[in-house]
Ligand binder design. Structure first.
Ligand code: GLN
Length: 191
């Protein structure tokens, strides 16, 4: 499968490495033409304001929005989750507005409040998975069509709506490929 990774900034290489390890082809996505033959896309962690600005100045935002709306399987990790949200707490600016969630940026605190835990997510693996949080957001509101996959401290940190999955944590920074594998198997789309 050809899996795109939005490649402006942030944890791009880590996702590309995991895609390769699972036997798929990773494609760097920076411009509209790069969307042509991908079958899924990952929006990595990083800084949502920077990635969002680059989405807008390059003009990629509109064709990407269309692709996601038409069913392209999409996974946003951390900053990627913020980019996909319909609403962001205390912030007017929005980006892809693709998912019925409201998010709180840096909801778990600053860089020094970054942390790791192990937790079971039944949809993803029958073993506990390692969850790495780095200046992570969380979801403060969801519409009823959003499926909640994981909560930590009563905060929603992973969710799914149709072809879109979001995680506040970073599976690509661990050795565990189960989340990527779950994403590629479970999102209905054009594939
Ligand atoms: N705090 C970052 C933001 O608001 C997200 C952090 C991350 O992606 N690890 O964009």
């Amino acid at each position: 499968m050809k899996v795109g990774v939005l490649s402006f900034q942030g944890g791009v290489i880590e996702h590309l490495n995991h895609i390769k390890l699972l036997g798929h082809i990773g494609i760097e996505v920076k411009k509209e033409e790069d969307l042509n033959d991908i079958e899924a896309i990952i929006l990595p962690g990083g800084e949502s304001t920077t990635i969002g600005k680059l989405l807008k100045v390059t003009g990629l935002i509109t064709p990407l929005k269309k692709k996601i709306k038409s069913g392209l399987p999409t996974w946003g990790t951390c900053a990627g989750m913020i980019l996909l949200a319909n609403e962001i707490e205390a912030q007017e600016e929005k980006y892809l507005e693709a998912m019925d969630i409201k998010v709180e940026r840096n909801g778990f605190g600053t860089q020094i409040d970054s942390f790791k835990i192990r937790k079971g997510i039944k949809e993803v693996s029958d073993k506990n998975v390692e969850l790495v949080f780095i200046r992570a957001p969380y979801i403060t509101e969801v519409k009823e069509t959003v499926e909640i996959l994981c909560e930590v401290d009563n905060k929603i940190v992973a969710a799914k709506q149709k072809n879109i999955i979001v995680t506040a944590f970073h599976p690509e920074l661990t050795d565990d490929l189960s989340f990527l594998s779950y994403f590629l198997k479970s999102t209905p789309g054009e594939i």
